[in-house]
Design a protein around this ligand. Structure first.
Ligand SMILES: *Cc1c(COP(=O)(O)O)cnc(C)c1O
Length: 429
């Protein structure tokens, strides 16, 4: 049934009936809160570096973090449009406006580059854990890093994040881009001295080629989006930061105050890492959902069948072409799918048209501009009210809905206008 709907590109919901209570899930989980704390401490060490290398992080004292905002006008628009009412606040986590690369990839991608740089500099005795990390922005360290290279395969945003961060530190860097990647992302990277290799094929092809080339070179670190624990933990740190922001906004999360979180999902690293962090912080009080385009529903396919990365959309005759380029992936990460299987509440899919409509609505109601991928989460709160699969969540009292906005602030104005006009036309039809 579900597979037929996926193949027919119907919007679908999948409830994870194999989700375990948090304590039980942790017993079979290889990662812990300590791993997240370690990543968090590393990012804190780098704050002094960010204050000099990325002065836009100064207001946050060198920490790369995004705003959390309530969006009541968008909530009204969604409710009117969808003829439903969902109780509780609607919040937007604006990773679309993260410093460095303007997408959620500024968490995991940046973190993996920093960890690599730290390891090299420590091993060479040119850096010590107690040093002021702003020395990483000086000539001797840049010269050291120029002997190494970093490579990554990407649909666009991961490439931007890895490329910008690596080039800033002085690494040589190569980004292997899939056919879905936007031209402006390639242009921007080339302007920063990044080598961009373009592929006719899809994302998996770009990753495979990149991985093979990198493996032949001992001075090259390959960022493996499909398997990297480092990326995953970089994303997970978001949860510690979010806990603080919720406290500052006096929004309670606990057994009587559930938090429902909707995360756009591509290969799974970003939403998986964030959801993992949220589970560590809030346990059974948080319910995390992965959101995917109907044409790129690889995580739902992998989780619902239990086959994870052993099944792809090609096997199902689905082509993974979507305007949500950040999510245009045909095979989910097996590492993330298996790790998150006992933690995730469910998955859902939505059409590109729906993402575009919500893109225009959000711009009209809240003056926030996001790229199409980043709207995937926005449909979640509506589904909690309207879908049969998620009916159990309808009964939750005092719920807060949090939509994770994953990208948009670096999209050129002209591109953004086109996105907006596309959505606006659909709203008027
Ligand atoms: C990469 C990306 C995602 C999803 O991240 P994955 O790690 O691929 O699952 C979501 N939204 C945007 C805008 C992205 O660039």
């Amino acid at each position: 049934m579900l597979l037929d709907d996926l193949q027919a590109l119907k919007e679908s919901c999948w409830l994870n009936t194999e989700k375990l209570p948090f304590e039980e899930a942790m017993r079979i989980c290889p990662l812990t809160m300590e791993d997240i704390m370690d990543a968090s401490a590393r990012l804190d060490r780098f704050a002094a570096y960010f204050r000099v290398a990325f002065p836009e992080t100064l207001p946050q004292n060198g920490i790369v973090e995004s705003p959390l905002r309530e969006i009541p006008e968008m909530k009204k628009a969604l409710e009117e449009d969808q003829h439903c009412v969902f109780p509780g606040k609607l919040l937007l986590k604006m990773d679309s406006h993260l410093p460095v690369s303007g997408s959620v990839k500024a968490r995991g991608g940046v973190y993996e580059v920093l960890k690599t740089a730290e390891e090299i500099a420590l091993a060479k005795g040119m850096l010590h854990l107690e040093d002021d990390y702003s020395i990483l922005d000086t000539a001797p360290l840049r010269k050291l890093f120029s002997r190494y290279s970093i490579a990554v395969g990407s649909t666009g945003n991961l490439g931007l994040s890895i490329g910008i961060m690596s080039a800033q530190l002085g690494f040589r860097v190569t980004v292997h881009m899939s056919a879905d990647a936007r031209q402006w992302k390639k242009d921007l990277l080339r302007s920063k001295g990044v080598t961009v290799v373009e592929y006719e094929g899809n994302y998996s092809e770009a990753v495979k080629q990149g991985r093979e080339l990198a493996q032949a070179d001992p001075y090259c670190h390959f960022v493996d989006d499909e398997n990297s624990k480092t990326l995953f933990l970089g994303y997970a740190v978001a949860a510690l930061r979010l806990r603080k922001q919720l406290q500052e906004m006096e929004i309670k999360v606990g057994p009587d105050h559930p938090l429902l979180v909707y995360l756009p999902c591509g290969v799974g690293g970003a939403p998986g890492g964030i959801a993992f962090g949220l589970k560590q912080v809030f346990g059974d009080s948080v319910h995390c959902f992965f959101a995917e385009p109907v044409q790129a529903c690889c995580m739902m396919l992998g989780m619902a069948t239990g086959k994870h990365n052993e099944i792809s959309l090609e096997d199902m005759g689905i082509d993974s072409h979507t305007a949500a380029d950040g999510l245009a992936v045909s095979r989910a990460s097996g590492f993330v799918g298996r790790l998150m299987a006992p933690f995730i509440a469910g998955c859902y899919t939505l059409t590109d048209e729906r993402m575009f409509r919500m893109l225009a609505q959000l711009s009209d109601t809240e003056k926030i501009d996001l790229e199409p991928s980043a709207l995937a989460g926005m449909y979640g709160p509506v589904l909690m009210e309207t879908s049969d699969a998620f009916s159990a969540f309808r009964e939750l009292e005092n719920a807060t809905h949090l939509v994770w906005a994953t990208g948009g602030s670096m999209v050129p104005i002209e591109e953004m206008k086109k996105y907006y006009q596309t959505g606006k036309r659909m709203l008027c039809d």
